[in-house]
Design a protein around this ligand. Structure first.
Ligand SMILES: [Fe+2]
Length: 368
C-alpha cells in the first residue's frame, strides 16, 4: 500500500465538533478541501477495503507502549498464559491459545469455490489447519443496560504481575475507537449520508480490543499462515503498525496487495457490517496474514537487535450496537443490491456468522 494515500485526520478533527448533523447546514460549513478529503475516505474504502490514517491523538509512543506490554505477555511461558484462558466463556475474554481459531477458508465451501477460480498469483495461502496465533480479548467501552442480546457476564481478565494492564488496554482501546469514529463520520459524509449515520449506530457496540501474538521463532517459516484468508464480520477494524509485516489485502478489483503501514499511521479495514449499511457499495475487505520475505527480513533484523520475535497486532474490532438494525442507509436503500441486505439486528447477524464458523461468542472476527 505504499502508493496509498495517508489521510491526516487533524484538519477534520479541528472542525468536527462544530459541524451540524443537518446535511444542508453542514454542506455550507464544510470547506471544499475537507469535502474532498471525506470523498477520498469513502472512495478509498470502497475501492480498497482499507485506509491508512494519521490521528494526532494516537502517537507512536502509544502504539509502542501497547505492543511492548503485549510482547512481554506473549513471551511468558505457556502455563502462565493458560491461567488467562476462559474456554467455558467461549474465549470472550482473556487469552485464546494458538491452534483454536479456525480460518474461514478452511470451513466455508463458498469461499473455497471462489478461491479455485482465482488466477494463481492472486490466490491466498491455503492454511492446513487452525491459525497458529494467540489472541487476547479485552472489551472496550460501555455496554447497554437493556439489550435483547444477553452476554455472558464475563469479568475482564488481568494477568498477574501486569500492573499497567488495565490502563494500557483501556487507553489504547479508547484511542482506536476515537480514530474509527472520525473515519466513520468522514466516510458517512463522503457517501452522502448524515455525519452521524454510522457513529450513532456504534454507540454501546460490543467493541473488542483483540491483539494477536504470533511466535515467529517457532512459526517463522516462509509461507506460514497466521490468519487464513477471511473477511471481518464487524463494522470497521483498526490496527496500529505491527513490528513485523505480513498482511495481504485484496482490493475490490481483485488485486492482491501487501500492506505497508508507515510509522505513526493506523490501518483501517472494512468489515461486513459497513457492507450491509451501504448495500455493498463498500464491501468487506478480504485479507490474510502470512510470513513473507519482508517478514523474514524483519525477523532477521529483530534477532540481530535482540528484540522480541513475537508478532503483535494491535487490533480493535469496532462493531455496530447489537440492538441496532443493519440495513442499507439513506440512498443506499434505492440501489439494485439493497435486497441482498435485508434488515437484521446486528446482534443476530454476528451470532449467525459465528455459528457458521462454529465459534459462537468468540471474538466478532470472522477470521476465527
Ligand atoms: Fe481479520
Amino acid at each position: 500500500m505504499e502508493h496509498f494515500p495517508v489521510i491526516d485526520l487533524a484538519p477534520y478533527l479541528e472542525v468536527s465538533g462544530n459541524l451540524s448533523n443537518d446535511p444542508d447546514v453542514l454542506s455550507d460549513q464544510l470547506p471544499p478541501e475537507l469535502k474532498n478529503l471525506c470523498s477520498e475516505v469513502s472512495r478509498t474504502l470502497r475501492e480498497t477495503g482499507a485506509l491508512l490514517v494519521r490521528d494526532p491523538r494516537c502517537t507512536v509512543e502509544d502504539n509502542d507502549r501497547f505492543i511492548d506490554m503485549m510482547e512481554k505477555y506473549f513471551e511468558k511461558p505457556m502455563e502462565f498464559k493458560l491461567l488467562q484462558e476462559r474456554p467455558h466463556l467461549h474465549y470472550q475474554v482473556g487469552v485464546t491459545p494458538e491452534g483454536v481459531e479456525v480460518p474461514r477458508s478452511l470451513v466455508d465451501g463458498e469461499i473455497q469455490e471462489k478461491l479455485r477460480t482465482m488466477p494463481e498469483e492472486l490466490q491466498p495461502a491455503i492454511p492446513k489447519g487452525p491459525d497458529p496465533k494467540w489472541r487476547y480479548m479485552w472489551r472496550v467501552g460501555p455496554r447497554p443496560l437493556e439489550t435483547r442480546f444477553k452476554e455472558l457476564n464475563s469479568e475482564p481478565v488481568i494477568p498477574e504481575g501486569f500492573a499497567e494492564w488495565k490502563v494500557t488496554m483501556d487507553s489504547w482501546g479508547h484511542k482506536m475507537i476515537s480514530a474509527i469514529e472520525v473515519v466513520a463520520e468522514m466516510a458517512a459524509l463522503g457517501f452522502g449520508l448524515p455525519k452521524d449515520a454510522f457513529t450513532s449506530l456504534m454507540k454501546q457496540g460490543p467493541h473488542l480490543l483483540a491483539p494477536t501474538g504470533s511466535d515467529l521463532q517457532h512459526h517463522g517459516q516462509d509461507g506460514t499462515v497466521f490468519a487464513g484468508y477471511h473477511y471481518d464480520l464487524n463494522f470497521l477494524t483498526i490496527h496500529g503498525r505491527s513490528r513485523f509485516p505480513g498482511l495481504n489485502i485484496w482490493l475490490r478489483n481483485g488485486q492482491k496487495v501487501e500492506v505497508k503501514v508507515p510509522i505513526g499511521c493506523l490501518l483501517i479495514q472494512t468489515g461486513k457490517q459497513i457492507e450491509w449499511l451501504t448495500a455493498g457499495d463498500c464491501i468487506a475487505g478480504m485479507h490474510e496474514v502470512v510470513v513473507t520475505k519482508r517478514t523474514l527480513e524483519a525477523i532477521e533484523l529483530a534477532s540481530r537487535q535482540n528484540r522480541s520475535l513475537w508478532r503483535v497486532s494491535s487490533t480493535l474490532f469496532a462493531h455496530i450496537a447489537s440492538d441496532a438494525i443493519l440495513k442499507p442507509l439513506g440512498h443506499f436503500m434505492e440501489t439494485p443490491f439493497a435486497n441482498k441486505y435485508p434488515p437484521i439486528y446486528a446482534g443476530d447477524y454476528v451470532e449467525k456468522e459465528l455459528s457458521v464458523i462454529n465459534l459462537k461468542g468468540n471474538n466478532g472476527d470472522a477470521e476465527a
